[in-house]
Every structure is written in structure tokens, then in C-alpha cells.
Design a protein around this ligand. Structure first.
Ligand SMILES: [Zn+2]
Length: 154
């Protein structure tokens, strides 16, 4: 057991090694509705609180007033590029043949957003540009974030 008490964060020790982590992420009621709508209908929904706040991805409770978000509203497939980055390696550390673009897409009058792949020419990309989600064909969708292939220029 590790019982040493540290007073300063610069005194922290490190233990080189790897910890394999496997996990299952449960979507919850609102997340389930969000991804089921993508799978079955091919568009995004937001959850809406009685205070008026809307959240995408859909969530059960309001960050603003802590009320329950009991309503779902159609958002569609179009959003606005809020931020983006260029990635050279995948999450396992393998180098891509060419850099991938990832972006945070925000949706009109909604809190939150979706971080996903972008398929936009680098010389055309700009913060604030209109983007549109491209989904897998309906028969191939499984109700996961991978049902979204990428966002393209609108
Ligand atoms: Zn609220």
C-alpha cells in the first residue's frame, strides 16, 4: 500500500508501466434515445429542459437548473465548427498515412457539441464554418458514435 503523504505536487513519484483498462460505457436513457435516433432516423436530437436549455448529446439533467430534461427536440444534421485539430497518430500510437482532422461541432441554440472526424480540405477549413454530418447507410448503423462517418463542409 502507498502511504507516503506528499505536500507538493513536484514531489510526486512515478511508476513506469502499463495498466490495461477495459470498460463498458452505458449511454443512459437520454444517450440511448440520442443514438437510437441517429440509427433509425439519421439526425441529431437534443434533450430540452423546462428552463429552455437544450443539450446535445442528449442528457437526462440540466446543467443550469438541475431539472430533468423530459423533452427531445429535433436538431437535424447541420452544425457549426467551433474548434478543430490535426492528428498524426491514432489512439494506439500508430502514425496515420496522412493527418486526420477532428472538430468540435456545436449546434444552434444547444449546449455541448460533438467531437468527430472532419472531411474538409485543410485550405478551406475555418472556425465558424457550417458543417453537416454524414452518416453510414441506415442498414449499417448500430446506434453508436461510429454511425457518424464524419462532418463535411455545408
Ligand atoms: Zn434547466
Amino acid at each position: 500500500m502507498y502511504k507516503e503523504k506528499l505536500e507538493k505536487n513536484i514531489e510526486c513519484g512515478s511508476f513506469p508501466g502499463q495498466i490495461p483498462v477495459n470498460y463498458v460505457y452505458t449511454l443512459g436513457i437520454a444517450g440511448d434515445e440520442f443514438f437510437r435516433t441517429i440509427r433509425d432516423k439519421g439526425y441529431f436530437i437534443a434533450s430540452k429542459c423546462s428552463c429552455g436549455k437544450k443539450y446535445i448529446p442528449a442528457q437526462m439533467y440540466c446543467d443550469e437548473c438541475f431539472g430533468e430534461c423530459k423533452e427531445y427536440v429535433k436538431v437535424g444534421t447541420e452544425g457549426e465548427l467551433y474548434s478543430y485539430t490535426e492528428c498524426y497518430y491514432d489512439y494506439r500510437g500508430n502514425k496515420y498515412d496522412e493527418p486526420h482532422l477532428l472538430g468540435l461541432v456545436k449546434f444552434r441554440d444547444c449546449e455541448g457539441g460533438i467531437i468527430h472526424r472532419l472531411k474538409i480540405n485543410k485550405d478551406e477549413i475555418r472556425i465558424g464554418m457550417k458543417v453537416e454530418a454524414v452518416f453510414k447507410p441506415q442498414k449499417q448503423r448500430t446506434g453508436s458514435v461510429e454511425d457518424i462517418l464524419y462532418f463535411k463542409k455545408k
